[in-house]
Design a binder for this molecule. Structure first.
Ligand code: HEC
Length: 150
């Protein structure tokens, strides 16, 4: 019994030391300059900012848990991947053909309810798209899509 207890105690110490040590792994929470932000009407911008900008822009509002490993690794990696995929802060650098492609993708993700990701919505319930938000985005992707394909 005594042995078990001391093993448990030692394991806890090891865990605590490990939890502290991983905080020193450097992570990059960057917000690069905005260069070519997507030109959209105010109502569309509001929805994009509310639900998409934390990942798909260079204007991420980094939450407190993005400063605590191992959650920070998850958040930073998600943002990096999302920006690589599609970045509203550098949108005008895309060709009209690329823009038309992403507009179709956005429409698909929004209609399927696939974005924003579910895990993100747990700490960000206000970022959930309402039916009205979805209608705003879908109408915009349709009208802008025609322009993009010209
Ligand atoms: C928590 C971060 C996060 C938020 C918020 C978020 N996304 Fe994403 N999004 C990602 C990641 C990561 C990927 C790339 C991996 C994937 O496809 O799941 C992605 C991929 C995409 C893609 C490309 C899909 C494909 O398969 O090519 C589109 C389009 C997209 N997101 C649209 C949106 C829209 C629109 C919103 C807001 C309504 C949004 N996202 C909000 C993280 C996010």
């Amino acid at each position: 019994m005594k042995n078990l207890r001391s093993i448990a105690k030692r394991s806890l110490v090891v865990l605590a030391v490990a939890a502290a040590a991983i905080q020193f792994v450097p992570v990059q929470r960057t917000n690069p300059p905005v260069d070519g932000e997507i030109p959209v009407p105010a109502d569309v911008r509001a929805v994009l900012q509310q639900s998409c900008y934390d990942c798909h822009s260079n204007q991420t509002v980094w939450p407190w848990y993005s400063r605590v490993a191992p959650f920070s690794w998850l958040v930073v990696d998600d943002v990096r991947e999302a920006r690589e995929e599609m970045n509203f802060s550098t949108w005008t650098r895309l060709t009209p053909k690329e823009q038309a492609h992403y507009l179709r993708e956005i429409r698909g993700e929004v209609e399927d309810g696939a974005m924003p990701p579910r895990l993100y919505l747990l700490p960000h319930p206000g970022s959930r798209l309402t039916a009205a938000d979805r209608a705003t985005l879908v109408a915009w992707t349709k009208s802008a899509g025609i322009e993009g394909e010209r």
